[in-house]
Design a protein around this ligand. Structure first.
Ligand code: DX5
Ligand code: ZN
Length: 216
C-alpha cells in the first residue's frame, strides 16, 4: 500500500516560505499540499497564483493543489501553467464535473476531486474511472488546525471498497485533522496520502514528524 505525506503550506510561516519549502524539499514528504481558498466556496481566503512561482522554484516535489473555489473551471489552466502537478477541485463546486475533470487532464496535470464531510462517497462513484485522486475532507474545508471528524475513516474504507469493485487505481487522500494518533487508522482503512498542516508545521522538528507520519 502506498504511503505519501503531503504537508499543507497553509500552516507554513509565510515570512519564511522559501525556507519552509526548502525544509519540505529535504524531507521525506513526496508531495506539497497547496490550499487555495476564495472566501466564497469556503469562509476564508488563503492565497493564489503569486505564491506558485516560489513553490515551483523551491522544489521538484509534486505540487498537490487543492482548489476550494467556486467555478474552478475558470482557473484550471492557470494553475497548471503555474506548475501544479495535481489539480483537485470540489465536487460541490462544479456544475459539470465530467467536463471539469477532462479540462484538468487536458493540461497534463493529474485530476482530483474532493468531497466535503457531508457529501456521501456514493456521489463520487460515477467519476472514479476518470480520476487520478479522490480527496476525502475530514474537516469542513476553510481552516487548518481543526479536529478530525469521526466517521471520515469509514468514508475512506467505503471508498476503497468502491474502487476495488470498479478497478480504480486512483489515490485516496485525506485532509484535515491528521495527527500521529489517527494516521495509522486512516492508512489501515485504505488511505494512500495524508495531508498534514498543523501537525507538521506545529512540530518542533517538522522533518522528523513527517518521518513519523510515514512510519506509524
Ligand atoms: C482545510 C485545508 C487543509 C488544512 C489542513 O480546508 O484543506 O489542507 O490545511 O490542516 P490541518 O492538517 O491542520 O487540519
Ligand atoms: Zn487541503
Amino acid at each position: 500500500m502506498t504511503r505519501i505525506i503531503s504537508p499543507s503550506v497553509l500552516s507554513a510561516d509565510f515570512g519564511h516560505l522559501a525556507q519552509d519549502i526548502a525544509m519540505l524539499d529535504r524531507s521525506e514528504a513526496e508531495w506539497i499540499h497547496i490550499d487555495v481558498m476564495d472566501g466564497v466556496f469556503v469562509p476564508n481566503i488563503s492565497f493564489g497564483f503569486p505564491v506558485m512561482p516560489t513553490l515551483r522554484k523551491g522544489t521538484r516535489k509534486v505540487l498537490d493543489t487543492h482548489l476550494m473555489i467556486v467555478e474552478p473551471e475558470r482557473y484550471i489552466e492557470r494553475f497548471a501553467k503555474a506548475g501544479a502537478d495535481i489539480i483537485t477541485i470540489h465536487l460541490e463546486a462544479s456544475e459539470d464535473l465530467h467536463a471539469a475533470i477532462a479540462q484538468i487532464r487536458k493540461t497534463g496535470a493529474k485530476a482530483g476531486v474532493s468531497i466535503k464531510p457531508k457529501t456521501p462517497v456514493s456521489a463520487i462513484v460515477p467519476y472514479l474511472s476518470e480520476l487520478d485522486l479522490v480527496l476525502i475532507m475530514s474537516v469542513e474545508p476553510g481552516f487548518g488546525g481543526q479536529s478530525f471528524i469521526e466517521g471520515s475513516t469509514e468514508k475512506v474504507a467505503e471508498l476503497r471498497r468502491e474502487m476495488e469493485r470498479c478497478g480504480s487505481h486512483a489515490w485516496i487522500e485525506i485532509d484535515g485533522g491528521i495527527t500521529l494518533d489517527n494516521a495509522a487508522e486512516v492508512y489501515a482503512a485504505g488511505c494512500d496520502v495524508l495531508v498534514a498542516g498543523s501537525t507538521v508545521f506545529g512540530s518542533p522538528d517538522p522533518e522528523q514528524t513527517i518521518h513519523q507520519l510515514l512510519n506509524v
